[in-house]
Design a protein around this ligand. Structure first.
Ligand code: SF4
Ligand code: SF4
Length: 317
């Protein structure tokens, strides 16, 4: 069996998660040759280009697609792989790199290089003694892997939990993968794995994590701290909740949800009684409540802006 790993627009945590498999990685190495893994092996893109179609059995592709090099590699690895797995939240839903969709390429380059940026910075081509260095085209919009090429499986998480990676490897080795298109994570939400008690209490105020010391036994949402657990797939063991931090949604959407952010906003409106009791709040009280939600896109779409119905901010030229 031939396996490949690739790293596109991401932080690199998914690559570390592979190493976190520890001795489990030996099971993989026993049955598989790793034929491409730029972070760990000296294999060139031209070596992949020379491979026949379908040469690689399984490619784990992490990262979203935000430039022409990553787009080329997505197409190349798709054609060379029998099975392509969107590995991690960035390839699956766009994740944190996808928050760049609140800007466009021009705004980002201006921010990095300054207002007076020369149009040639960064230089598209630089000549060096060894040849030409080409900077890939930097796109306006960050895309998920499945928005660029057909994806066979999704392994969510930021990074994917070791338990889920190990289960996926077991399934690959035994030839027991589920039908194509499946998300290789449990169906229930993080709330189902969360040890905290839910009392179906309503709230009157919203707090950021540093503004309140929460009761460690009770649901954070019912203590006014926004927690994405009810809209997020489980599989991580609710690990953030075990250290008093809310779920931020890295496990991706629970099944049958068209948009995580709108689902969570509806849930929040319900717990604040904004839906059930019209007229309960005056306009001023309503504004006060809403103004407590700092950075709503960063909260509700931290991992899913490119795959959401919003997708990106429209920027007038
Ligand atoms: S909303 Fe968060 S804190 Fe509450 S039960 Fe769900 S995962 Fe746990
Ligand atoms: S609790 Fe939520 S944010 Fe934390 S690891 Fe699990 S899915 Fe990700």
């Amino acid at each position: 069996m031939k396996i490949a790993f690739y790293w596109a627009a991401s932080c690199g945590g998914c690559e570390i998660a592979v190493l976190d498999l520890n001795e489990k990685i030996l099971d993989l190495v026993k049955v598989a040759d790793i034929v491409f893994w730029p972070v760990a092996m000296d294999v060139k893109y031209k070596d992949v280009e020379a491979m026949p179609e379908g040469h690689i059995d399984v490619t784990f592709f992490n990262g979203s697609v935000r430039n022409s090099e990553q787009e080329h590699m997505a197409h190349l690895l798709r054609s060379r792989s029998k099975i392509l797995i969107a590995f991690g939240a960035c390839a699956h839903e766009g994740s944190v790199p996808g928050l760049a969709n609140l800007s466009d390429a021009g705004e980002i380059l201006k921010k990095v290089y300054g207002e007076e940026r020369d149009a040639t910075v960064p230089a598209p081509i630089t000549t060096v003694p060894e040849g030409e260095l080409k900077v890939p085209q930097f796109y306006d919009t960050v895309r998920t892997l499945w928005q660029v090429v057909e994806v066979d499986y999704y392994l969510p998480g930021c990074p994917p939990p070791v338990k889920l990676i190990a289960a996926a490897i077991d399934a690959i080795v035994k030839g027991e993968l589920p039908p194509k298109g499946s998300v290789l994570a449990p169906l229930p939400s993080v709330c189902d794995e969360c040890p905290r008690t839910r009392e179906h209490k309503k709230i009157k105020s919203i707090y950021r994590v540093h503004e309140k010391v929460p009761d460690p036994e009770r649901c954070l949402m019912e203590q006014g701290i926004i927690c994405m657990g009810m809209a997020t797939r489980s599989g991580c063991g609710a690990q953030c909740l075990k250290v008093d931090m809310p779920c931020t949604g890295c496990g991706g959407a629970t099944p049958n949800q068209s948009d995580v952010g709108t689902g969570m906003m509806t849930a929040l409106a319900s717990i604040l009684c904004l839906d059930a009791e019209p007229g309960k709040y005056t306009d001023e009280e309503f504004d006060r409540l809403i103004s407590q939600i700092k950075d709503p896109v960063g909260i509700f779409y931290m991992y899913s802006l490119p795959s959401s119905i919003l997708r990106r901010k429209v920027i007038g030229k």
